[in-house]
Design a protein around this ligand. Structure first.
Ligand SMILES: *Cc1c(COP(=O)(O)O)cnc(C)c1O
Length: 338
């Protein structure tokens, strides 16, 4: 059977034969005892890359974000977070449910940045009427947009001025770094903790890492155990993460070029509205003409192209998408008539 062209997300990537070989040959031990050399090497490698003291491997980005929030905040504390940020909207309310941490959501600007004056306004005074404003949670990339580097400087200044700790949901921090032409450490340096997904554009089947200073990661390690993220011979999957960090970061540039190509091609088709910003990495948002919204997804599926439905569709490029695939998708959309 032909492999479909899957543009629904960069989470759909399959491990390559070379990655599978690295997994099969991984030296393993019991990671709950700290005995898995491959997990240890992944954690050391990630920490070094991000310029942090320590790191911890977990099954998902949802879990690295959760244990970061739990490590930063106590019951009755508050974290300030984007209204459309993953940690607020797409993690089933975990911080509130499991940590009694109150979210203070704020609308983000279209480029994914906070209005930092608004952030300052919602910080609560030290008064027993209020939750304690403890943490600011930033997401980079957000909707595929890399945040401007000078904005990150401002976030760091603002955090320091108001005594807030800073967490970065850097699920796609490598996309941001490649886009900005800097190392991931240049982005991570502004934040106390950074969570990174290995299972998205980097192509590993499972896993995320949380990076930060030793005491914070030690607290996160206790929380990880509590929420069931202590895995045993996890080196099998950590090996895929290591392989991803060693081989699949620079090539994200190709995914970004493919997204640009896709945006350009779709924008030329009558009636399609394409959102593509200069800061965009591997996502394109497209709104089909009204008469094609309902059937476009099914039409493409008949031709082995998978997209999400809806009137504003997110298309995501990744390492299982080639330039030829992009050209084929553009031709297919062109050929579709309501
Ligand atoms: C995917 C994603 C996560 C969570 O990752 P999972 O591994 O799917 O739990 C967190 N933040 C952002 C921005 C993401 O895109």
């Amino acid at each position: 059977m032909m492999r479909p062209i899957d543009l629904r997300s960069d989470t759909v990537t399959r491990p390559s034969p070379e990655m599978r070989e690295a997994m099969a040959g991984a030296v393993v031990g019991d990671d709950v005892f700290g005995d898995d050399p491959t997990v240890n090497r992944l954690e050391e490698t990630a920490a070094a890359l991000l310029g942090k003291e320590a790191a911890i491997f977990a099954p998902s980005g949802t879990q690295t974000n959760l244990i970061a929030l739990l490590a930063h905040c106590q019951r009755g504390d508050e974290y300030i977070v984007g209204q459309t940020a993953h940690t607020y909207r797409y993690e089933a309310g975990g911080a509130a449910v499991l940590g009694s941490i109150q979210p203070q959501p704020l609308d983000l600007n279209p480029d994914g940045t906070f209005d930092l004056e608004r952030v300052a306004q919602v910080i609560k005074p030290d008064d027993y009427h209020f939750a304690r404003s403890r943490l600011l949670c930033v997401e980079n990339t957000h909707n595929g947009l890399a945040l401007p580097l000078d904005y990150l400087d401002q976030v760091a200044e603002s955090g320091a001025a108001h005594g807030l700790s800073l967490h970065l949901d850097g699920a796609r921090i490598f996309n941001a770094a490649v886009k900005c032409g800097v190392g991931v450490a240049d982005i991570a340096k502004h934040f106390d903790t950074v969570s990174v997904c290995l299972s998205k554009g980097l192509g590993a089947p499972v896993g995320s890492v949380l990076c930060g200073d030793q005491p914070t990661i030690a607290r996160a390690r206790r929380w990880r155990k509590m929420v069931g993220g202590g895995m045993r011979q996890a080196g099998i999957i950590a090996a895929a993460g290591l392989f991803a960090l060693e081989h699949n970061t620079a090539r994200l540039q190709t995914d970004h070029e493919h997204a640009r190509l896709l945006a350009g091609g779709l924008a030329e088709i009558d009636g399609y509205r394409v959102e593509y910003d200069e800061a965009q990495t591997n996502m394109v948002f497209v709104s089909p003409p009204a008469d094609r919204v309902s059937r476009l997804q099914a039409y493409l599926a008949e031709h082995q192209v998978l997209i999400l439905g809806g009137s504003r569709i997110r298309l995501v490029t990744h390492l299982d998408i080639s330039r030829k695939d992009i050209e084929a998708v553009i031709e297919l959309v062109k050929s579709y008539r309501a």
